[in-house]
Design a protein around this ligand. Structure first.
Ligand SMILES: [Zn+2]
Length: 327
C-alpha cells in the first residue's frame, strides 16, 4: 500500500465506524442527530488540515474551500455522509483484508454468511487488492463513507502540496441522500462551483451524467364491505379490483425485470389491505419527461377504465414527482 492508500483505508474505517444513518420517517433536516455529529467532525478535520471557508450550513451541509494554486474554473467535489436506512448501521466494525486471494469471504460476526465472487463477478476482479468489509451484522456504509474518505484524503494532499496546480476547489458533504432529501435548494448557490462531481458508489472510472426521472404513485381502491352471508349482488371486493389493475398493466414490457439501459418502467412496489380497501404503491421511471408522463397516463387510464366498469368502488390514483434526470 502507498501512504495515500493507507490514509484512505484509515479514514474509511474511521468514518464507517460512526453511525450516521438517515431516517425517511423523520421530518427534520438532516433527518437524524447522528448526522450532525459526523458533519461537525468533518468540518473540524477540514479546519485542521488547513481548508478555508469551512462552514456547517443550517441545512446540514459542510462546505469548505481548497484555495487555488493556479488559474482555472471552480470545481466542486461532493459526497454524502448518511448510510442506507434498510439495514443495521449501529456498531459497524470495519475489517481489512490485505491482498484478497479471490476466494469466498466469510465474516467474523456472522458464521454462514459468505460473499462469493461466483455470485458477485465484480469481486473476482479485485484479486490482490486490499478490501474493507463489515463484520457481518451491519452494513459497512462505504456508500458513501468511501466518497467522504477520498475527498478528505485528496484535500489533505492538495493542501499540503501547493505546488500542484489547480483552480479553486469547493467541497460539500451532504446529509440524507439515501432518503432522497440530500441536496438543499440553497446548496448550488452556496457551493458556487462552475462544475461539480459527486463521489458515490459505482465502478472505478465510471462517470454518470444522467439518471432516470422519477415519480411515485399511490392507487387506493375502496370496495363495498358486506358480510359474506348477505353479499350477493352487493359486495365489491377491493382485492379483486386491485388484482385487475395489476393484470391490466404491461407485464412483458415496461417493468424493471423486462427492461434495461434507457428503457423506463412502471414498478409495483407493494400492495396491502383487504376486501374493503387496498393500497398499492408504484414507482415510475423514464429518462425522458414525456416518457415519464406517458407511464403515469397508462396507470391513470387503467384505474379510470376499471372505475367505469365498477362505479360502486372508489378508485383514486395520486402521482407525486420524486426527482428529475440531472442532465
Ligand atoms: Zn450513495
Amino acid at each position: 500500500m502507498t501512504l495515500f492508500d493507507a490514509e484512505l483505508a484509515t479514514r474509511l474505517t474511521r468514518y464507517a465506524a460512526l453511525d450516521s444513518q438517515s431516517d425517511a420517517a423523520s421530518p427534520t433536516g438532516p433527518s437524524t442527530q447522528i448526522q450532525w455529529q459526523i458533519l461537525r467532525l468533518l468540518a473540524d478535520e477540514l479546519t485542521q488540515i488547513g481548508a478555508a471557508e469551512v462552514q456547517v450550513t443550517e441545512y446540514g451541509t459542510v462546505l469548505a474551500t481548497i484555495p487555488a494554486t493556479a488559474e482555472g474554473p471552480t470545481i466542486g467535489f461532493l459526497a454524502h455522509v448518511d448510510t442506507a436506512p434498510q439495514f443495521n448501521a449501529t456498531g459497524v466494525k470495519p475489517r481489512t483484508i490485505e491482498r484478497y486471494n479471490g476466494g469466498d469471504i466469510t465474516f467474523p460476526d456472522a458464521p454462514g454468511l459468505v460473499l462469493s465472487p461466483a455470485e458477485f463477478p465484480y469481486l473476482a476482479t479485485k484479486q490482490g487488492h486490499t478490501l474493507i468489509t463489515a463484520s457481518g451484522t451491519t452494513l459497512l456504509g462505504a456508500d458513501d463513507k468511501a466518497g467522504v474518505a477520498i475527498i478528505m484524503t485528496a484535500a489533505r494532499h492538495l493542501l499540503e502540496n501547493p505546488g500542484i496546480p489547480h483552480g479553486p476547489i469547493r467541497i460539500a458533504f451532504t446529509p440524507d441522500e439515501e432518503i432522497g432529501r440530500g441536496v438543499d435548494k440553497r446548496l448550488p448557490k452556496d457551493l458556487a462551483a462552475d462544475f461539480a462531481y459527486t463521489f458515490d458508489g459505482g465502478a472505478v472510472g465510471e462517470v454518470e451524467y444522467e439518471s432516470f426521472s422519477a415519480d411515485g404513485a399511490v392507487v387506493t381502491v375502496k370496495g363495498v364491505s358486506i358480510h359474506p352471508g348477505t353479499a350477493m349482488g352487493r359486495m365489491v371486493n377491493a382485492i379483486t379490483l386491485a388484482s385487475k389493475i395489476i393484470a391490466a398493466l404491461p407485464h412483458s414490457t415496461m417493468t424493471p425485470e423486462t427492461t434495461a439501459g434507457r428503457d423506463g418502467f412502471i414498478h409495483a412496489t407493494d400492495m396491502t389491505g383487504g376486501a374493503s380497501e387496498m393500497k398499492m404503491h408504484f414507482i415510475l421511471r423514464d429518462f425522458e419527461r414525456d416518457g415519464l408522463a406517458r407511464k403515469g397516463e397508462i396507470l391513470r387510464q387503467v384505474c379510470a377504465a376499471l372505475q367505469a366498469t365498477e362505479p360502486r368502488a372508489d378508485i383514486t390514483c395520486t402521482i407525486t414527482p420524486q426527482y428529475r434526470n440531472m442532465r
